[in-house]
Design a protein around this ligand. Structure first.
Ligand SMILES: Cc1cc2nc3c(=O)[nH]c(=O)nc-3n(C[C@H](O)[C@H](O)[C@H](O)COP(=O)(O)OP(=O)(O)OC[C@H]3O[C@@H](n4cnc5c(N)ncnc54)[C@H](O)[C@@H]3O)c2cc1C
Length: 446
């Protein structure tokens, strides 16, 4: 196979990287350090024809295919042993039509690329909270972030694009409503998106940042978070996270993002007044500053995530979460609690396959660690924590964007619902009948 790499190099306008190339090791790294795989070839595509040529090459050489956007998926779906990676990291331009309020993003654009292009016009679409996450992967799985309450899930703002299917056909997404429905949450199952088009919204500034609480009072502060999001106006998104500090003291952060016109909204005052507050980092910010709240090394930590969308966040669940936080006897990583109040509930559910918009929160055990000797313990912690959350589960399904590769298909199906899953399978038969694109939260054709 390696002998035929020059042929692939000839047919691609982008770059081809093999194991003997200097960039190989850097090009196969993904966000999750738990994943260490060696592809046979990495095809860096810069246009739809390149993607079609890469699919042809993989078919002729009998190679399995993976698709790489921003490389953030915790399952490590973007890289594989001995196969071909369709790498979109050179396809990152974002064009903005400010009058039409539309952005067209290359299939490998990151949120930093996207926000840089759109904020130059004072416009946004609700995206991910870390700049290096791929627009493609995040959108195709749903998309929850700092503007979810205001403008819905990222996929609710997807209005079209261009897809290359494994037989090399180029499909205009906006002309096929079924396909657009499937791409709003159904993942990378139907083709490689070389372009994704989004609706944009004006945004000048916001009040945001982070509040940090510590000690026994985090229980009450989390109850306050629950009260605030329940009464929240559309102009306030709000997420929270639990962790342990090095002294094993519980810590809670709450990250509100308020885009309304009130100078000091009640909801922010309620959060500030909750007990246990040790740091108040809330104030006027630019959208860029808000998008920089959370930092994250790439390919540094080992990660194993598992969770549930939940119907509610009762005191009993809060107590379970606090108990699980201490269960490992050292800082386990964290528990992320994303509120789905506001705009996701306003959207006509029939326009997108995403099945979780009616849930109250997405609660995820995010085990992170560095030392590989602790792999089993941290993985077990995340699994046990998800099991503890399960009695409050909205549908039994999890968030495809946070799933590891070992999730059973039942969890993927439950996330969409049985009828929607069947409709996705029918579309899979139309666009990828051989299931070439199976390194994802897979929707098998049959
Ligand atoms: C640090 C970090 C922060 C995150 N923050 C958020 C957040 O704020 N909100 C949120 O909702 N999620 C978030 N996520 C989860 C993230 O949305 C998913 O992991 C998503 O899959 C990442 O997309 P990617 O393109 O970076 O990943 P990759 O690993 O490159 O891609 C994942 C899969 O998506 C598909 N894919 C990607 N691009 C394309 C494309 N152009 N065409 C077809 N298929 C494609 C492929 O199946 C690919 O295997 C975060 C993850 C991490 C690690």
């Amino acid at each position: 196979m390696l002998e035929s790499l020059p042929e692939l190099r000839e047919s691609l306008a982008g770059a081809v990287i093999g194991p003997d190339d200097a960039e190989y090791d850097a090009a196969r790294v993904c966000f999750n350090a738990l994943v260490d795989r060696r592809p046979a070839v990495i095809a860096r595509c810069v246009r739809a024809d390149d993607v079609a040529a890469a699919f042809d090459f993989a078919r002729a050489a009998g190679l399995e295919v993976a698709v790489r956007g921003g490389g953030h998926n915790p399952a490590g779906h973007c890289v594989l042993d001995d196969g071909l990676v369709i790498d979109l990291s050179l396809l990152r331009a974002v064009e903005v039509d400010a009058d039409a309020r539309v952005a067209r993003a290359g299939g490998g654009a990151t949120w930093l690329d996207f926000d840089t292009a759109t904020q130059a016009h004072g416009l946004v679409t609700p995206g991910g909270v870390i700049g290096s996450t791929g627009v493609g992967g995040l959108t195709l799985g749903g998309g929850i972030g700092h503007l979810t309450g205001q403008h819905g899930l990222t996929c609710d703002n997807l209005i079209g694009g261009e897809l290359v299917t494994p037989d090399g056909s180029v499909v205009k997404v906006e002309t096929d409503e079924d396909l657009l429905w499937a791409l709003r949450g159904g993942g990378g199952n139907f083709g490689v998106a070389t372009r994704l088009d989004f609706r944009l919204h004006p945004l000048d500034g916001l009040v945001g940042g982070k509040l940090t609480y510590r000690g026994a009072d985090v229980r009450e502060a989390l109850q306050r978070f629950r009260e605030v999001v329940a009464r929240s106006p559309r102009q306030l998104s709000c997420q929270a996270g639990l962790s342990l500090d090095d002294a094993l003291t519980p810590t809670l952060w709450i990250a509100p993002c308020y885009t309304g016109s009130r100078a000091d909204p009640d909801e922010l005052r309620m959060l500030r007044a909750a007990p246990g507050l040790v740091e108040d980092g809330i104030g006027p910010r630019s959208y860029f500053e808000q998008q920089n709240l959370f930092d994250s090394g790439y390919g540094v930590d080992r990660n194993y995530w598992k969770g549930h969308f939940v119907r509610e966040l009762p005191d009993e669940l809060i107590d379970e979460l606090l108990a699980r936080l201490g269960a490992l006897g050292r800082p386990p990583g964290g528990i992320l609690i994303e509120s789905l109040h506001g705009a996701p509930k306003d959207v006509d559910g029939s326009t997108a396959v995403v099945g979780f918009r009616r849930a109250a929160f997405n609660v995820s055990a995010m085990a992170t660690w560095v030392d590989e000797r602790f792999d089993d313990e941290h993985i077990q912690w995340a699994r046990d924590t998800a099991a503890a959350i399960e009695p409050w589960s909205f549908s039994g399904g999890g968030y495809v964007n946070y799933m590891q590769a070992d999730e059973p298909i039942e969890r993927v199906r439950a996330g969409f619902g049985a009828d929607a899953f069947e409709r996705l399978q029918a579309l899979k038969r139309r666009y990828d009948p051989e299931n070439v694109l199976h390194r994802n939260q897979n929707i098998p054709p049959t």
